[in-house]
Design a protein around this ligand. Sequence first.
Ligand code: DGJ
Length: 703
Amino acid sequence: MPKDSAQDNTTYRTWRLDDPRQTLVLASRRDRLPEVVYWGAVLPADEDLSAIAAAHVIDVTGGMLDENPDLSISPEATRTFPGQPGLILRSHDGTPLLPKFCFESAKDEAGTLELRFTDAGNGLHLIASYATDPHTRVITTAAVLESDTPVHLHWLAAPVLPAPQFSDEMIDVSGRWCGEFQLNRTAWSPGMRYRENRTGRTGHEHFPGLIVPCRGATNTQGEAYAFHYGWSGGHKMIAEELPDGRRQIQFGHASRMEWHPSTRFATAPLYITYSSDGLNGCAVAFQRHLRDRILTPANDAPRPVHYNCWEAVYFDHKLPVLKDIATRAADLGAERFVLDDGWFGRRDDDTTSLSDWEVDPRKYPDGLGPLIEHVRGLGMGFGIWFEPEMINPDSDIHRAHPDWALGSEDQILGRQQKALNMALPEVRDFIYDRMAAILSEHAIDYIKWDHNRVLPMPDANQTRGSYALIDRLRAAFPHVEIESCASGGGRIDFGILKRTQRVWLSDSNDALERLKMQRNAALFLPMTVTGSHVGPRVCHTSGRTLDISFRAWVAAQRHMGFEMDPRELTEHEATVLREVTRWWKANRDWLLTADILGLDSTDPAIIAEQHMADDKQRFVVFAGKATTSAQIAPRPLRLTRLDPEAHYEVTLANKDAVPALSRGPLILKDGPVVLSGTYLMSHGVTLPWSFPESMWVLEGKRL
Ligand code: DGJ
């Protein structure tokens, strides 16, 4: 059938996108918006796409319309679509517009596809784009709406996708301060799961991600579909089951975020992937895509071990104390010292001075120079904290420019502060000048960029303003890395990570909570961006006391750092910390490009992951024991993605930590053991008994 004679019900225009793991097929009939008629395992090259499209059609019976409305890439109310439409807008005078798009053109070249549809009656154009990536196996898709006259946008979904029928539930991500990346499983049922984040930032509560596992999928096996919306201003997600059983997934900016009529609106990129090897397939795709395609590193040096002084001194900055702490941190192995909140204005607590970005002469009479020189003299880099988008009512800048604050005068404050109106060029210029002055006058190679409150109302211009400011600073100071922090993990997404190099996953330095959080966050985030610090012996946010070895190994699972006051460390604690840090440095080269794979532990007390080197020649397993096990002896832990035919030398890296209560003759306690990939993946490795809140570290080398 000729591809372009798509005028009757049985003739289709079709397009296919392929990477080594997945095929996505779009089909349009009668010039309408296309539907995704297939998304899954790679189809044969000679598959008849029109046949696929025709086979996709579902039946009609009593009580239904005479034809099922298309579940298109932007479902249209004008086609009697029984669910949520993909586009909601009004004309300039407020009249609702009901678009009805017709095919205009397609550009289909080398793994990218751009489809253009027009609604001539309303003067609207919808452009959907798709880009495949053979290395990462992530498809990037986005939608643009153009209008001949300015219109008000209520909702624009990125190109809509069907969700699989062979799935019983969906997994999405919520959280809170000190409790980021909690996974929720919700059963599919008629109607929708609607998540809308109206806080104006990505938020702890609403990481913009979704995984739809097919029945029986685990970390290591089965099929799963995953989605991430790369935007920092708050998103909306719709996962809807229609009355006829079909399912759709929509992602876009939170609705009504565009305050002004315009002739052009765009969604952020929606990153999607299909996996045939469990949730790990999705996780690895996102980890690689973020690491290899999205991040813009400031240099190619290995990730340095951080020391951050926040939990050591808070606002109490005293030069001799900070110098002493820096000296001790360097001795423990730190390679970058980050001066946190408290160095500017009259910032003795969190009630004052945000936006007064000038060094506090009471604390630093000779400026930051002496501290920076000391830190540099120890061989460390220097980082500094800013919270650029914020202002305290008690600040010189607020007194001078009260109109620069976003929101009404009587708004509820958050941490005693307001957000600045980032849409105003004069605000962006002011922040830029103040930050640029600090960066130009000092040898600073790192910014911890904080954002400690939600916005008074969602506004896409705010996010665009923040992005513009970061982009301008990065262009002027390309050697300066930025960490995205928002009371911990309140601004983590691929949009902010296009312009930053690290995230502060959580304000919780509690290793037990971190163990779980890090595991879940790795569904989307690679090691290289995920900051993890060894906290104080008694955790400041949970009150829990944890052993140094556990704290150190949990931090070593990600981009390692320290945040306790090093003066509290006993000799034993300092020794353990030095050793683990040495181990991390010796391994970081391959770890930072490794895939983080979740393991299917048969014991719910064990939270385990395997970091698999890119060249598959080595791995390390971190098996954290979160609580006491129900059964008395450890169950074997199955590894994953090894070569079944190969043999691996497996070594318990921290066998010195075997407690006296582990009395059995376990082979791993005596030294390395050589086992086949088949054995390690089907039987699993038997680890020694251990206390709860401890970690086994198992190294493997392919022979
Ligand atoms: C919140 C951050 O998450 C902390 O790490 C610290 O930087 C404080 N803000 C400083 O005010």
